[in-house]
Design a protein around this ligand. Sequence first.
Ligand code: GDD
Ligand code: MN
Length: 376
Amino acid sequence: MKEGQPLSFAEQTGATPMLSVIVPCYNERPNVAPMIAKLDAALRGIDWEAIYVDDNSPDGTAAEVRRIAALDPRVRCLRRVGRRGLASAVIEGALSSSARYVAVIDGDLQHDETRLPVMLNELASGQYDLAVASRHVDGGNNDGLANRWRHMLSDGGIWLAQRVLPVKLTDPMSGFFMLPRTLFDDLAGHLTGQGFKILLDLVLSSPAPLRVKEVPAAFHERQAGESKLNAQVMIQFGGLLLDKTFGGYLPLRFLSFAIVGAFGVMVHLTVLGLLWKFTRLNFGVEQTIATVVAMIFNFQLNNAVTYADQRLKGPRLWRGLVLFLAVCGVGAIANIGIAKTLYETNTAWTVAGAIGAIIGVVWNYAVSSTLVWRAR
Ligand code: GDD
Ligand code: MN
């Protein structure tokens, strides 16, 4: 770590600032100018810059940032097109910095920017790797959460995160923190970049436990615009925890695909049971109908959950469905063929069946992820 070491040439000459403040934003136009004014006041005497990372907000946030940047060279705008996501915005903003420290703060004035110099001091002492603004240590508060429901969500998320965290964090959901830029650079390659919780991602990604300093901070009410936290964000959060807990043994997508597959088996058996009870079709026909229904069900669920980030719509949905049916059809034939061969060569039926099923799922996953939900 670089703390406590002399300033580099670039830092001495003032070519790189001491602190980059990364501000992820989506539809925060009215909050940009007040935020810069607040940073300017809070960071007097510190050489800082603000890097806004905007995902092409329809309200023209980026244009507003550039208007101010034309007057104030400390302000920059990184505009991303065709992308969405708080965590990935933060990562790309931080990676564009050459400063000694990077801080991350929301662009909606909900965080207390006067905490920044305090955080900087803690890091400059060289005793800590990460300074986190916490609403849950003495002196902090969480009054800005919109309602009881948000409080419950937040507390539940904290409880869940603390089960898997290697270090003590009273506020693992905080979106307001600071760390040396070189440390961020080192960790960047390990980050998942999914969802909302970049702080958790950082802490969980570090090979050695980080030395964390928590700084009390208030969380204000939102003044303008609205929160972007929704159900999909919550699901992604659960996914992040699962992914980190299983240490990357299995790709998260594969787990999701396999779980959807298990639901598909239930659908299959239910349909088969109903057909058997209420119709007089022969077993082959019933089995075929049940298979197709289960495949359509699996396709829809995978499209909504497993591949939520590249969901197929319109004509691409129909093309995807046909491809998926074909891929899974081949998978089923392979599954049955392999299990049958193994069984005939004296493998126990349970083992033969399980190997066939696993090969089927792996095949379906591998082929459909490249063929059906191909990244554009
Ligand atoms: N670039 C980009 N892309 N920015 C985004 C996106 C996105 O997809 N989604 C949200 N943001 C920006 C918002 O504009 C805001 O500046 C910041 O990220 C936080 O988003 P909010 O929608 O205001 O989040 P919140 O107020 O619900 O959540 C706050 O509380 C959480 C803990 O309860 C934030 O402080 C979170 O960081 C914090 O984890
Ligand atoms: Mn907010």
